[in-house]
Design a protein around this ligand. Structure first.
Ligand SMILES: C[S@@+](CC[C@H](N)C(=O)[O-])C[C@H]1O[C@@H](n2cnc3c(N)ncnc32)[C@H](O)[C@@H]1O
Length: 201
């Protein structure tokens, strides 16, 4: 039995079910909110971090981009090429609609992140991962190796995750910012990492 294929397909089906709920309960609101050019999903921590490490001109890959609101915010912060990847075709469809409403040029790809493989060698200045993504990854060392191969020299990996991820990674993941916030995105210290590419080597 190929457990990897089973796991991936179960994961995709579950996220597609979640996407249908999102479509009924939240999408219309998001579509009208995104039309406001001031709309941003960034909380105080992300705003401060991206003030220190500006997004403008950067080529960004988001893993687990969901309905695309975070990548729309990245693009609006003057990032250059933006690519979002998600395993759920239903969320990718919503993300494309959202970007169209926002009049933003963003590429959304429906794929298991592990199947992107070598398609984007050394393509990105920043890989962006936010809350609720890493827990679904069956093989973190393999994911980090892939991310490393996708980053340009001096590229960076930004992980903004929640319990149990911050407590379960090695101390070599030095936090760029480390503090508590009231945000739903942060429930522990050390949630916010901006990693120079050579840390993952
Ligand atoms: C909790 S959501 C991320 C939400 C996002 N931080 C936001 O606020 O929009 C996790 C996402 O990861 C995606 N995902 C899970 N496993 C994946 C995989 N193997 N490859 C790509 N995307 C995956 C899911 O489809 C889901 O959209």
């Amino acid at each position: 039995m190929n457990t990897k294929i089973d796991y991936t397909e179960i994961n995709r089906s579950m996220w597609n079910l979640t996407a249908e709920i999102n479509k009924k309960e939240g999408l219309d609101q998001l579509l009208s909110a995104i039309k406001n050019p001031e709309f941003s999903s960034f909380d105080a921590v992300e705003k401060e971090l991206f003030a220190r490490f500006p997004l403008n001109g950067k080529d960004v890959l988001q893993i687990g981009c969901n309905s695309g609101q975070e990548l729309c915010s990245v693009k609006r912060a003057d990032a250059s090429r933006c690519v979002g990847v998600d395993i759920s075709d239903s969320f990718i469809e919503q993300a494309r609609v959202l970007a169209r409403h926002a009049e933003l040029d963003i590429e959304f790809i429906c794929s298991d992140i592990f199947d992107l493989k070598n398609h984007c060698q050394r393509s990105f200045d920043l890989v962006y991962i936010t809350v609720g993504v890493l827990g679904w990854m069956p093989n973190l060392p393999r994911l980090l190796a892939l991310i490393h191969s996708w980053l340009k020299p001096n590229g960076q990996l930004f992980i903004y995750e929640q319990h149990p991820i911050p407590g379960s990674v090695d101390v070599c993941f030095a936090p760029a910012l480390s503090r508590k916030t009231a945000s739903h995105k942060a429930c522990d210290e050390g949630n916010n990492w901006l990693l120079p590419r050579n840390i993952t080597q």
